[in-house]
Design a protein around this ligand. Structure first.
Ligand code: IPE
Ligand code: IPE
Ligand code: MG
Length: 251
């Protein structure tokens, strides 16, 4: 029996964000190259998109490459960029078939032309997907995103497209790369570390956090369902009291 059958279909997180960590250590444990770990990581992405879609998740954001990851050895960065092109091109027909819509967030100016072209093509070809939205965070960091948002906002204020008085949380959200996407309800980090690593700092304000020691290449559908079940045991109070939440649920 799959844990999927135990999930309460009335309390599914609409948006799950994942920090896919542990590819390097997974490879090292097996005496393989770090790149082999990343390759196996792509297989896991494919598996988890399908599993999430089966569970009725609407949005899945995966942290594939951070701004800080540009500081890794050239050889690893180049291999990752190559792998990205290969995987995207190979997977596009299947993504279309599964009804997956791909979006990408991050500083695409830093990506190699080939990687950008492959992504743009996949974004266009999957634009009509309605089953699940897969958001790839690539060359992404939250501090970069917030700085860009501020720059664009200040420009708009200067050119009188935005009034300082109109600034509120909603306006600021609309300057982020995640504009129009609901905030994640659940954040999963694989690989054992308990940190956010510059990921969606604004958007994760009220997400439930779930950490697991499982390395990303080993993460499977049942692990995902376990995380969703754990999420379903949490009481999300959003600053209110337990009694208020119980009363609201009865109404
Ligand atoms: C996550 O795995 C993938 C990327 C950051 C690209 P790591 O490569 O960070 O794996 P570990 O943490 O070294 O095991
Ligand atoms: C976070 O993993 C970034 C991605 C998963 C893409 P890292 O392995 O780069 O994070 P740190 O350096 O351990 O915080
Ligand atoms: Mg890591």
């Amino acid at each position: 029996m799959s844990l999927l059958d135990k999930i309460d279909t009335k309390n599914i997180p609409s948006h799950i964000a994942i920090i896919m960590d542990g590819n390097g250590r997974w490879a090292k444990e097996r005496g393989l190259d770090r790149t082999d770990g990343h390759q196996e990581g792509v297989v896991a992405v494919r598996r988890i998109v399908e599993a999430a879609s089966r569970a009725g998740i609407n949005f899945l954001t995966v942290y594939a490459f951070s701004t800080e990851n540009w500081n890794r050895p050239n050889k690893e960065v180049e291999a990752l960029m190559e792998l990205m092109v290969y995987a995207i091109v190979k997977e596009t027909p299947d993504l279309i078939k599964q009804g997956v819509r791909l979006l990408v967030i991050g500083d695409s100016n830093r990506l190699p032309t080939k990687t950008r072209a492959a992504l743009d093509n996949c974004i266009n070809e999957t634009a009509n997907g309605t089953t699940i939205t897969l958001i790839l965070a690539l060359s992404y960091s939250s501090k970069w995103e917030i700085t860009e948002a501020l720059r664009n906002m200040l420009n708009d204020i200067q050119s009188k497209r935005l009034r300082v008085d109109d600034l509120n949380e909603k306006t600021l959200s609309n300057y982020l790369t995640t504009k129009g996407i609901p905030d994640p309800d659940l954040l999963i980090r694989t690989g054992g570390e308990k940190r956010i690593s510059n990921f969606l700092l604004w958007q994760l304000a009220y997400a439930e956090l779930y950490f697991t020691n499982v390395f990303w290449p080993d993460f499977d559908a049942e692990h995902l369902y376990q995380a969703i079940l754990d999420f379903q045991c949490r009481e999300r109070r959003f600053g209110k009291t337990s009694e208020q939440i119980e009363k609201e649920q009865k109404e």
